[in-house]
Design a protein around this ligand. Structure first.
Ligand SMILES: [Fe+2]
Length: 279
């Protein structure tokens, strides 16, 4: 059984039994994943539309997303080929990943831990996309990286639903990662990186999943830093993954520095989450 050491270069090894459990986690839609690995130069519009069309549920939700006020384009989009023609590839990836994630959540909104993790992920995606405006990072890539940064939590909830739900409901947020390793023998960050790598997702997204809680380093890529900030902002406006909100004065300071109108920001994020949940 491979270890994460050999697969990602991370010094944090994952026990074989944990890897076996993670390998049973149902992946996101194959079509949505494949979009991330398409060679842009080789892919024509029909090829991309055909790929999305292999997943009817994904196609339906993608069209609803394209036509929603959150992501809406100016004209009514009625077919996948039209959507592919109107959107850039990076935006198409962001929307398809959102649709795939939303499908994964079908029927799970009555589970408090899953709902908190979902809302944190969407809040982080939207916050990271806003932060990217002031950088050279593509906003749609920032969104996707934010959306998938905590995919390891969904893996943990899939493998160990009772244990991880209980941990999220009771743990002091400051101790969460340490307690994950004690209880599950893997952090959600390493679990997420392993899952994304197994699914064949790009290295930049794998790195975000693995490093978004690491202390900032000078050499850390800007995408990881941005998602780390987006994750903190999601916590600061009430979308933390833990039942108890993190008590961190730095969060409030960060929010004050980065966001001029806190209430408007909170409303935009909450409205975005609501729109995706109501699809
Ligand atoms: Fe995280």
């Amino acid at each position: 059984m491979p270890s994460i050491e050999t697969m990602t270069g991370s010094p944090r090894a994952i026990p074989a039994a944990v890897l076996r459990a993670l390998l049973r986690v149902p992946p996101l839609s194959h079509a949505a994943i494949r979009l991330h690995t398409l060679n842009v130069d080789d892919a024509n519009l029909k090829t991309i539309a055909s790929l999305i069309g292999t997943d009817p549920a994904l196609s339906v939700l993608l069209l609803r997303l394209v036509n929603s006020p959150l992501f809406g384009v100016r004209c009514r989009v009625t077919g996948v080929l039209q959507a592919v023609a109107l959107l850039g590839l990076e935006q198409l990836r962001a929307l398809a990943t959102t649709a795939a994630f939303r499908l994964m959540m079908n029927g799970a909104f009555d589970l408090p831990a899953l709902t908190r993790c979902w809302r944190h992920s969407v809040a982080c995606a939207l916050a990271t996309q806003e932060l990217a405006v002031a950088t050279s990072v593509d906003g749609d890539l920032a969104y996707t990286a934010g959306l998938l940064h905590d995919i390891g939590r969904f893996g943990a909830l899939s493998c160990w639903p009772k244990e991880y739900s209980h941990l999220l409901a009771t743990c002091d947020p400051a101790d969460l990662e340490e307690r994950e390793v004690e209880l599950l023998k893997v952090s959600h960050a390493d679990a997420g990186a392993f899952l994304l790598e197994q699914w064949g997702m790009p290295a930049a997204l794998v790195q975000v999943a693995r490093e978004h809680h690491d202390p900032p380093l000078e050499r850390q890529p800007r995408l990881v830093e941005l998602v780390g900030c987006g994750c903190h902002l999601a916590d600061a406006i009430g979308f933390a993954v833990t039942a108890r909100a993190p008590e961190d004065g730095a969060l409030a300071d960060m929010l004050a520095c980065l966001i001029t109108d806190r209430e408007a920001f909170r409303f935009r994020i909450a409205d975005g989450i609501n729109q995706i949940e109501c699809l």
